[in-house]
Each structure stands twice: as C-alpha cells, then as structure tokens.
Design a protein around this ligand. Sequence first.
Ligand code: OGA
Ligand code: MN
Length: 279
Amino acid sequence: MMEVVALDAPLGARIEGLDRASANEPAVAAKLNRALAEHLLVVVPGDRMTPEQTRVFSAAFGRPQKQLLRYKRSGGVPDVSIMVSTLMADGTTDKTAIRAEDWHTDDSYFAVPAKATLLHGIEIPSHGGATWFCNMHSVYEALPEATRKRIDGLRAIHGYDTPRARNRPSARTPEEIAETPDVEHPLVRTHPETGRRALYLNPNRLDRIVGLERAESDDLLDELADEARKPRHHHGHVWSVGDIVVWDNRATMHRVVIDYPMGETRIMQRVLIEGDKPF
Ligand code: OGA
Ligand code: MN
C-alpha cells in the first residue's frame, strides 16, 4: 500500500510502495493530491516511462495542459514536453534551462497558471543538476508582521519577460506572443486546498507592484525575494533516472543548478497541470 513519507526538509514527501499504474484510481489520486497540497513536493521513484505513460500518470493530479513553447512539445503526445538541458561546450544550455537557473514558479505569466508541474527524469548527468524547491508558505510566515500588513491586498504584474529577471527567456513565435499578454496576480495567494497563505513571487516574471513607483516596487520585490533566497526555506532534489517529481506551483518556487559535466545528457519529460485563478 502506498505510503507518504515526509522528508526531513522544509517541504517534500517521498511516495513509497505506489504502483504507478494505479495512480488514477480515485482513492489513490485523492491521497496523492492531499500529499501534494500538504508537502508541496512529491517524489515518486520508479522506472522510466514513455511519454504516453507519463501523460496518463499525470492525470491523477488534474488535467494536463500543453506548454506555451510549441517546439518543446513531444510530437506524438503534445501534453508531454521533452526538456533537454544538456550543457554545451560554449557554456550555454537550452535557453529555458538558463532561465530556470533563478527561482521561479511556472507559467505565472498566464492569468490561470499551472497548479502543478511534473518532471520525469529520462537521462541524468553523472553528478550535479539538482532541482531546488522553496516553500512559499514558510517564506510568507517568516516575513515581519509589518511587511505582511503592507503587502496584504497588493497586486503585481507578471509578464513573459521583465528587465528584473537575471536571464532572458526563449524567443516566442507570433502565436506564442499573442497568448502571453501581461497579467495581474495577488502578491499573497491562498492555497485553494489548505487555505494557507503563500507569497506569490516570481523573480523571472514579476515586473512590478500595481500602484507603486518603479523604485519603491523594485525595493519591495527585492526585500521579499531576499527572504525567499534563505536556505532555511529550501530543499534540493538529487535526481535518479526514472524519478517522477511533482511540485505545487501555488506555494513553491524552484530552480535548477547547472553544475553538471559538459556534454552529459540531461533530459526530462514535463507535464503542466491546469490550475485555478489565484486569489
Ligand atoms: C521546469 C524547470 C528545472 C529542472 O521544468 O519548469 O524549472 O531541474 N525545470 O529541469
Ligand atoms: Mn520551471
């Protein structure tokens, strides 16, 4: 029988004894979703799967949603993307991997961002390339009370790119540009399943706070990000081939560390799960 084992970390649980083929049974899916809402990150060790098997498994968490960038979608199963982040001789990797080097939550440039992201390790470098996660409930709770009062009710503009981000994102086709106008989200959001509040930050996409002068907005966003950058809120996942990792984008940020050997392949399958409008 499946067991949820909390990690000794600020977030995360390991799912043990799960037959992945049973994930869509209602009682199993409900337990997986409860574990995700409570621990914000679930790790399901196991064997490598085909894109179609991954798509079916991911449906235990909700409806798979195609990702914006068409070129990453897997031909036969477009709900599953193939993410190649092999490090090249010139020090670059795929543009989206470079972008993922700083803390972010996925797809906050959409009015209705993804609830969760699933990554499935297909090829993993011999060392390095961990994915780090940040608990945004604990970040919110660690803020001084005066700051929590100040940001209560504030809204922020997220876009596909912002000069505040450290790296530039992949280029978009005209069709993809048309799908990504700037959007507004609350700076503090409530988790729809647990009712807990989380700081909804995204240093890669969050451009400014509505109603503040640019300098004031930049200072406040930097101050909030400083709390999120503290290691006390973090846990790193060290990948094994076949791992499935699912994180809750509503109350976490994540980043990849590009410290793996040059030329060693790093390939993940990826599925986004449809979410709700943040409130
Ligand atoms: C992502 C992402 C990090 C990684 O797929 O959204 O940020 O470790 N990936 O590949
Ligand atoms: Mn990401």
